[in-house]
Write a protein that binds this ligand. Structure first.
Ligand SMILES: CC(C)(COP(=O)(O)OP(=O)(O)OC[C@H]1O[C@@H](n2cnc3c(N)ncnc32)[C@H](O)[C@@H]1OP(=O)(O)O)[C@@H](O)C(=O)NCCC(=O)NCCS
Length: 139
């Protein structure tokens, strides 16, 4: 798998991949497009796609805020899962963050997707005993 930064031409392939992986559905596609376009404005080099031949089969969107690195939209196409591609693209994120002086990577797992925690444990992630909270800014 060749890993490179996301390009605008990848948009449809990436959205289709996320839908196949259950990260979005047809209703949240518009929100995801906004996410993609915003990411092109901020650290776009930390938004990676994994390509096999011509096909985008994996994504990982990361960011570094000067304190911690964060990982979002990790996905590997269902028919290519369990072949090491998830580990490979997270490893590339890890390398890019470390090069920027980021020494800790955190991520969120939805309560309805706890099955994925086994994957992160295999990659050395530990459970943080925290509750994630959020709201829109400007309130
Ligand atoms: C999570 C995901 C990216 C993993 O990708 P993948 O390419 O299948 O993972 P890998 O093949 O690199 O697996 C790496 C290791 O984790 C293990 N693993 C993978 N999925 C696992 C799971 N669901 N539970 C337990 N272990 C898992 C593999 O067996 C492998 O173990 P080993 O190499 O130590 O023997 C993929 O399952 C996916 O896209 N899921 C749907 C989207 C999603 O939930 N994303 C995460 C949002 S927080």
């Amino acid at each position: 798998m060749n890993i490179r930064p996301y390009e605008p031409e990848d948009q449809t392939a990436v959205l289709d991949l996320w839908e196949r992986c259950g990260l979005i559905d047809s209703d949240s596609r518009a929100v995801a497009i906004t996410d993609l376009n915003r990411k092109l404005q901020v650290q776009p080099d930390l938004f990676l796609v994994g390509v096999l031949g011509e096909e985008v089969i994996a994504t990982a969107m990361a960011g570094y805020d000067g304190h911690r690195g964060h990982l979002y939209y990790l996905a590997v196409c269902p028919q290519h899962q369990r072949q090491g591609y998830g580990r490979q693209i997270v490893s590339q994120v890890d390398k890019l963050l470390h090069e920027r002086g980021c020494h800790r990577l955190t991520l969120f797992v939805s309560n309805d997707n706890l099955v994925v925690t086994g994957f992160y444990e295999r990659l050395g992630f530990e459970h943080n005993e925290v509750i994630s909270m959020g709201r829109f800014t400007g309130k």
